[in-house]
Unconditional design. Structure first.
Lengths: 308, 308
């Protein structure tokens, strides 16, 4: 067999994630260049936005776009949708960490935004990132000058997932349920709103901008809802039995805070079975797709196999 | 002269404002009906959004639309742009009042949102209103199914005016300049960002949705920038010599707080001359318009004649 013969390579997720993360972070840097110079808001927004993170939402947005794309020329726009999603995610972390909310002083091993700056600046930096997300989306649409209806569709979808029909309501319920026992159904609903809705919007908006057929969207939505929930279940499991060094944060904190979690409601081993089941449903939803959806498949498996 | 002869009626501003205010508030009620039931966020957002106010931004949006409209069928959409602007204005008031910012306990004679609810709820209610503004805009665009490009243009314009290129940066500078003396130029720039940008966006977005010609937009922009600044100058003047009963708030507070104001930098009588000059420039900018811009003219005069 000569050395030029074709050997199919198995899909390499860690390479894929690394490459897309760099792509997204480059996009975010370009967005930040549009912020005013010599501004405390710019400093705080940059600090929060560029302090690492998995970039899960923007990568899902791009992977979904690649899975359905019928229109290579629309792929440029996908990056801006991906950046907007990461900016919304970052704003939500800044506000959730505030003293009046979760009062967290560390995130990813670094002081949270209100600790590194101050509360007023953190509130405003969050407001700025949320607003800039919609500026980035509309500016990308206006610059692209085609498919305006696709952009308007994803803007409604993203706004809906981020506000009272999604993330903001989820955070309100999360705060409200602290110290109270809630049912498994309420816990699932709370996570569906708090994190699931934006993950769903990430997958769907990538697919819409890339010109994916409407018939494929329902499958992608099922995929997203299930990996979103699985992600949360695994987060709770890692808080029980994860390695604090690999995680970069303390474990056992949920129990100390008396938080409602899947392990506390279902037990640890049932929680693992539940997470696995969710990922199986997500993978089944991708059966109608060709191998361009391999990244989405690999991300689904990663969600339960991850150690951090 | 028989009683049926034609007598031109002078334009009645107070009737106009009353009528448009009711129209906007009806629109806002309809938006709030789309919020989830039994939600603390909905309660807090409703409390803040429906607690009065002049509704200046949405009324300017509608008046600008009426001044340029070439397309009656687009006027429906103007209401939703107007509502989105009022929601953004309200979110900014909720966040500005927070203890970490201006720490105000009363607004329009009622407890501020974080006093009536709590800090976490107020932060989230602000976030929800800001997000909902973009949901309302994109949903209106998607429902109207025409002129998507107009909608995308105003979304970029409104986002830009609300974030780091406008309101958020203005609020950051306002907080940063507390207790420090700043120049007249810095004070003007700060107000241009903090309040002027959204007033400009209000006027321009109404005109754009109504299908106004691009050549008219520059005139409307000049109008808006000048009445926006005049409004702020008069606010400062009223804080010196206004009637606390009519104003519904204390006077003399700026001096007590050592705030940079036009009277403190220019003196009271120079400030009055300055406000009048600004309104004259605003009125001149309307010279190219016909009598459909009478409401805009009357609003400009009202800005300096108002007693509250």
């Amino acid at each position: 067999m000569d050395s030029f013969s074709y050997e199919p390579h198995p899909f390499n997720l860690s390479e894929y994630l690394k490459c897309k993360k760099a792509y997204v972070e480059n996009g975010l840097s370009m967005v930040l260049k549009g912020f005013p110079q010599n501004s405390r808001i710019t400093d705080a927004a940059t600090y929060a936005l560029m302090s690492g993170g998995k970039r899960l939402r923007p990568i899902l947005c791009i992977a979904a776009a690649e899975a359905v794309s019928t229109d290579d020329s629309a792929m440029d726009g996908v990056l801006w949708a991906a950046c907007a999603l990461e900016m919304i995610h970052t704003y939500s972390l800044i506000h959730d960490d505030l003293p009046a909310m979760d009062n967290d002083e560390l995130r990813r091993g670094k002081p949270t935004c209100h600790v590194a700056f101050d509360e007023a600046t953190a509130i405003l930096a969050g407001d700025a990132l949320l607003t800039m997300a919609f500026e980035v989306l509309s500016a990308a649409a206006n610059k692209q000058r085609k498919n305006p209806v696709r952009w308007l569709r994803i803007m409604e979808l993203i706004a809906r997932a981020s506000g009272v029909h999604g993330m903001v309501e989820g955070q309100m319920r999360d705060i409200g349920s602290e110290g109270e026992s809630i049912s498994l159904e309420s816990l699932k609903k709370m996570h569906r709103l708090k994190t699931g809705a934006l993950i769903e919007a990430s997958v769907c908006s990538g697919a819409i901008i890339a010109g994916g057929k409407r018939s494929l969207l329902d499958h992608l939505r099922t995929y997203a809802i299930n990996i979103g929930l699985a992600f949360q279940v695994v987060d709770d499991i890692l808080n029980v039995e994860g390695d604090p060094v690999r995680l970069g944060k303390s474990v056992g904190t949920d129990k100390l805070r008396n938080k409602n979690t899947y392990p506390s409601l279902l037990g640890l081993s049932e929680s693992k079975i539940f997470a696995k089941k969710l990922v199986e449903i997500a993978l089944q939803a991708l059966d109608v797709f060709d191998n361009r959806s391999d990244p989405l498949r690999a991300i689904a498996r990663y969600v339960i196999d991850r150690k951090k």
